[in-house]
Design a protein around this ligand. Structure first.
Ligand SMILES: NC(=O)c1ccc[n+]([C@@H]2O[C@H](COP(=O)([O-])OP(=O)(O)OC[C@H]3O[C@@H](n4cnc5c(N)ncnc54)[C@H](OP(=O)(O)O)[C@@H]3O)[C@@H](O)[C@H]2O)c1
Length: 342
């Protein structure tokens, strides 16, 4: 159950919230995104009191982070992150709705039975209606097919994305975790329907470069922008695990990262990268964010944060200098090979 102190209704966002951010256009669309966006996959479930999520969302908006990324199943439990966002929208952000770019998705397991998973029109349309109810939004800015469902014709999944735009429930559409070939075909189908593919959302970090083997090219060819997720490798490209696995970290409390995923090899690489970051006056997390953003096909890096301090530190990535050729070469030694994953 979410608890909240609703007595503080005096919040007003920072007047200078757009002073320092250089927004980046998503592909050939007119849509501008901040270079670093906030995702609510973890840390925004019903297992945490509302105070921290609320503080993080407020601070993000203060710092020019206009884009918040959701999915139907973010929690725990499923749906809870949308409910949390809805609570903060109601208490704080509602007057600024038109300054916010909110995305959600459907594609993975959400409710029992044949209509709560996959890529059917039945599932996608019903799920978006549920997301709108949980968030209290009239429409989302971006609606994604969260994964390619091999049991549903791509025509049907793309038709559902087109339909929700025509129904006024979403402004733009995207795909997530699609292969290069499926990306190209999805973009073609959407173009034929008159609803362009605006964003692709794949995983990308120094430790996971599979998108360099085709996804980035396919998105660029389709004129779509790219919102990359887990750019910090869920914390393994920060100082979080450099000296062991601390209690309360994601590796101790999430179903999606275990202490076994924090391998000695990755820690050794992170330590070496941390030195490269230190030499340029940045933290490892800041270096990791600048690294994904060096590619102009990447529109935004979707980060997670469990505290305001993490969010603030990560946004500082943007104030450092561009990565030099020497620094990029130094990173290469510890990174996954281009097109590969560690
Ligand atoms: N489309 C998809 O299939 C998909 C899949 C995954 C994610 N996403 C999207 O991408 C977003 C980001 O994913 P992610 O949370 O995995 O991203 P991430 O930025 O790689 O990892 C975030 C985690 O790293 C740690 N961290 C962040 N900044 C830190 C800092 N400065 N110092 C120390 N630790 C720090 C925190 O872990 P602690 O909790 O340990 O503090 C935080 O929760 C998600 O919220 C979601 O919107 C999409």
């Amino acid at each position: 159950m979410i608890t909240d102190d609703r007595t503080d209704r005096t919040w007003t966002p920072a007047a200078d919230r757009y002073a320092t951010t250089d927004y980046r256009r998503a592909g050939r669309s007119g849509l501008a995104l901040p270079p670093i966006s906030l995702g609510l996959w973890q840390n925004f479930g019903a297992d945490r009191p509302l105070a921290t999520p609320r503080a993080i969302l407020r601070r993000a908006f203060d710092l020019g982070v206009t884009h918040i990324d959701l999915a139907n199943n973010y929690g725990p439990p499923h749906g809870a992150a949308e409910t949390t966002f809805g609570a903060v929208l109601a208490s704080d952000l509602r007057p600024y709705r038109d300054e916010l770019l909110i995305s959600t998705k459907a594609g993975y397991d959400m409710w029992p039975g044949p209509y709560g998973d996959g890529g059917s029109r039945k599932y996608l349309v019903a799920s978006l209606d549920q997301s709108l109810r949980r968030t209290g939004l009239d429409y989302v800015d971006v609606f994604y097919s969260h994964r390619r469902d091999p049991d549903t014709p791509l025509e049907e999944t793309m038709g559902a994305l087109d339909a929700v735009v025509r129904a006024g429930k979403a402004l733009y559409v995207g795909i997530s975790n699609y292969s290069p070939a499926d990306t190209a075909r999805a973009a073609e189908l959407l173009a034929d329907l008159g609803t362009p593919l605006t964003l692709h959302q794949p995983r990308y970090s120094i430790f996971d470069r599979h998108v360099e083997a085709g996804v980035l090219d396919a998105a660029a060819a389709a004129g779509a922008g790219v919102a990359v997720f887990s750019p910090l490798a869920q914390g393994r490209l920060t100082d979080r695990y450099l000296h062991g696995v601390p209690e309360g970290s994601r590796a101790t409390r999430s179903a999606y990262l275990s202490s076994e995923d924090v391998t000695q090899d990755l820690v050794d690489r992170a330590k070496a990268l941390d030195e490269i970051a230190g030499a340029r006056g940045q933290t490892l997390a800041q270096l990791a964010l600048r690294w994904v953003l060096r590619d102009t096909r990447v529109t935004t890096a979707l980060i997670g944060a469990s505290s305001v301090a993490q969010l603030e530190a990560n946004l500082q990535a943007l104030s450092g200098p561009d990565l030099t050729a020497e620094e990029l070469t130094a990173v290469e030694r510890w990174a996954a090979p281009s097109g590969g994953t560690l």
